[in-house]
Design a protein around this ligand. Sequence first.
Ligand SMILES: [Mg+2]
Length: 196
Amino acid sequence: MSPNFDSAPLPFNLYSSIHLRFMSWGKLLQPDLMLESSILSLTPDIIQHHRLKGLVLDVDETLVPITSAQACAELSPWLEAIQQVATLWLVSNNISENRIKRIAEPFNLPYIIGAGKPSRRKLRRAVTAMGLPPEQVGMVGDRLFTDVLAGNRLGMFTVLVKPMVDPIEAARRYPVHSFEVWLSQALGASLTPGKP
Ligand SMILES: [Mg+2]
């Protein structure tokens, strides 16, 4: 029986389409900047170097460990310094208004809860409220599949930071982060920490 060549292009096209889709996912998961340490290593100089006028900050494990109700002592001077160069909003997927409000209020920061990142909807609301084009706003977070993906989808400058964890918890590994990094690399994202 002779092979049916009519059907040959289909699997190839299907493969190409899946490959292209994976490539674009890799791009969407690629942070513009990847810091080797926590958000505290993001300095006003780095922000100005990238011409950012605003920052949207994730909360859980970016600003405050999930196991803590309050920010660490170093966060207050960091926020004060950053507020000199950029407008700040907190945008969290956490649905607990009590938690996010307790973290935002001492610093007088506007916040959005239940953002559903990687959805862009509530992220866009924060960027619109800043009155800045998305490319002048940094999305700073500890997760690729929520923070980086949402920020890239909106055309923001995305910054991946190491999770802010409780010192006791720090010794433990974070399987979900490792999995995300592995999957992102498989999708084509280059996750080598960038020079600021
Ligand atoms: Mg987080």
